[in-house]
Design a protein. Structure first.
Length: 606
């Protein structure tokens, strides 16, 4: 199959811009963080706004987390769990939820958050302060490079920005088609808890600590991961100097900026790590840095080609999106969207780095939505659904490392809270692998995160057929998650094994009191995960020829799981009883089912 391409021709003074099928491009700078273009090498990322004459590059390093590892187990939890179960089975829902919220939810109630590293700001001088002419901002997914081109006066300016995995730095190349026109000032800044100083005639250093200050974390101690970021400028011609917390380049033909960052999470001396990375990267010519970056990235990205028939319109990405929203056809936008997803996983999850958080690698806030943690009741799993099916198995190990980090804490929580073997993770975890139920009864009391995450290990084995991985990494994790479920589940009084107390994430039901409730015994999401895990544990044990007695226990437990049931609307039930969802308009679901049956009547039996 051949790839289609569209071409945008600029006037001769600018290099011709050819937008490949795998290019996002725009005619204006980003107006907000959500419009900025992401780059990342798995550990070090940025959001590029592409402004002119002022550029903002928002920075992230994947270990910049507020807080610290600490014991958050609620000391009243173990005594409360059986009483909460009794109350739920007796139908005393409000009393059960109040007790669970008071006695089972962790202390402190919130985990710490993932924070921004800060901003690199560039202010260009000698350029027209009005809107630049012939402006193009693009992200080339084939090369993982952001490129900004525009004309100011009689000169054409170009920026190329990428985050290199081979060299572990962000590289920014500034060029102009006229000599001596590259002039700018640069700063490294953060909203708080950091300070920037000149560290030489051509470098700035910012040191800080990730600390939670927001009202949602009143019980969090004012400590966190310490970090360092260093900016180094190498200019061709002109003058380079530092003044206080600023770096200035004047009258250069071109300039290359290098941004390194490190934390004390991975080692005791972030400054030495930054210096080593900058020394190695700055000793190489730009073309060599770019070639190494592209070659490293393309060995993953170019494995998959996705093509659909139909030409892409010769329009910026945002305009194409508006056309589709208005009803126009643009099959090539679907292929671009698919490849953008693969690009994001490659850029935010690399071996040796942290797993992708709620927003991947990228976050511009000190108090982000949902703390930008690992939300393992769906979001983290969704991040990694493309890993195997989109031919990116090398991006999966950071998730496995996160589970490995959570197992020690998960064993403690399983034992202290539930009196169980194995390990448990609730709906959130953090960089230290915390496993306690947090936030509140409506979301936090869901002890299936470890079980669900362990299924990713099987998925990796299923695609790779790596028996060594199955034996050494996958099976031990799955077995330990199954051990927890064997001890955690209880008899429903009719011979079935059910989970509880638990919830169906982000779902609620109407109780006998007419009010919305979330805490329950035996939500079917738990049953589905348990059935899947038990099946994989049995299959893995058979493949490896181990733990025959344990397989019998798991098989017997699987046979006792509650069978699935359909409700009064023909839906798969979410709870043991067929309960209404108070968030749905009464009659809406029945109407949808009726219309579906009218449109697609069942075929008569032969």
């Amino acid at each position: 199959m051949t790839r289609l391409s569209c071409t945008l021709l600029l006037i001769a003074a600018l290099p011709a811009f050819a937008a490949s099928p795998n290019t996002l491009w725009y005619r204006q700078p980003a107006a907000s963080w959500n419009e900025a273009l992401p780059i990342g090498n798995g550990r070090l990322g940025a959001m590029v706004f592409g402004g002119a004459p002022t550029e903002r590059i928002q920075l992230n390093e994947d270990a910049v987390w507020a807080g610290e590892p600490r014991d958050r187990n609620n000391p009243a939890g173990s005594a409360a769990v059986p009483e909460v179960r009794r109350l739920l089975l007796a139908g005393n829902l409000a009393e059960a939820e109040a007790l669970a919220d008071r006695a089972i939810i962790a202390t402190p109630r919130r985990m710490p958050m993932y924070q921004t590293l800060g901003d690199l700001n560039l202010h260009f001088t000698g350029q027209n302060a009005a809107a630049p002419a012939e402006y193009i901002r693009q992200l080339d997914l084939d090369r993982a490079v952001v490129r900004v081109t525009y004309r100011s006066g009689d000169a054409a300016y170009t920026r190329e920005i990428f985050s290199s995995a081979p060299d572990q730095v962000i590289v920014i190349r500034l060029t102009c088609d006229k000599p001596n026109r590259i002039s700018f000032s640069a700063t490294l800044a953060r909203e708080r808890d950091a300070a920037t100083v000149a560290a030489g005639p051509n470098r700035l250093a910012m040191d800080g600590e990730a600390i939670a200050h927001d009202a949602a974390h009143p019980d969090e101690r004012k400590v966190g991961v310490k970090f360092r970021a260093v900016l180094l400028a190498l200019a061709d011609g002109g003058q380079t100097r530092t003044d206080g917390a600023g770096l200035m380049v004047a009258g250069a033909n071109s300039a290359t900026l290098f941004l390194a960052a490190a934390t004390n999470f991975r080692g005791p001396d972030p400054a030495a790590q930054c210096d080593a990375q900058l020394k190695a990267a700055s000793s190489k010519p730009y073309d060599r840095l770019l070639a190494a970056h592209v070659a490293d990235y393309q060995k993953f990205f170019l494995r998959v080609v996705f093509a659909l028939t139909g030409a892409a319109p010769d329009l910026p990405t945002n305009e194409r999106l508006k056309r589709v929203q208005a009803g126009a056809a643009d099959p090539q936008l679907a292929t671009l969207y698919f490849q953008f997803g693969r690009y994001l996983l490659i850029s935010s999850s690399r071996p040796g780095g942290m797993a992708a958080t709620l927003q991947g690698l990228w976050n511009d806030s000190l108090a982000p939505p949902w703390d930008s943690k690992y939300t393992v009741n769906i979001n983290t799993e969704m991040n990694y659904w493309p890993a195997e099916v989109c031919n990116l198995p090398e991006m999966h190990p950071p998730l496995f490392d996160l589970v490995a980090a959570a197992r020690p804490a998960g064993r403690i929580v399983a034992r202290k809270l539930y009196g169980a073997r194995g390990f448990v993770v609730h709906h959130n975890t953090d960089i230290w692998g915390d496993a306690v139920p947090i936030d509140g009864v409506g979301s936090g009391i869901w002890p299936m995160g470890g079980a669900w995450l362990s299924l990713d290990f099987w998925t990796h084995y299923d695609f790779t057929r790596d028996r060594d991985f199955l034996a050494k990494r996958a099976y031990p994790v799955m077995k330990e998650a199954a051990e927890f479920l064997l001890d955690y589940m209880v008899d429903d009084g009719h011979g079935h094994l059910i989970t509880g107390p638990s919830i169906s994430p982000e779902n609620s039901f109407r109780g006998p009191d007419g009010k919305a409730h979330k805490l329950a015994m035996g939500p079917y999401m738990d049953t589905e995960i348990s059935r899947a895990l038990f099946t994989r544990v049995i299959e893995a044990g058979e493949i490896l020829g181990v733990d025959a007695d344990f397989r019998k226990q798991v098989s017997a437990a699987r046979d006792r799981l509650m069978p699935f049931r359909t409700g009064k609307y023909g839906q798969l039930q979410e709870w043991l009883e067929d309960k209404d969802d108070p968030n749905k308009i009464e009659g809406k679901l029945e109407d949808m089912v009726r219309k579906s049956i009218e449109k697609y009547p069942p075929k008569p039996k032969e």
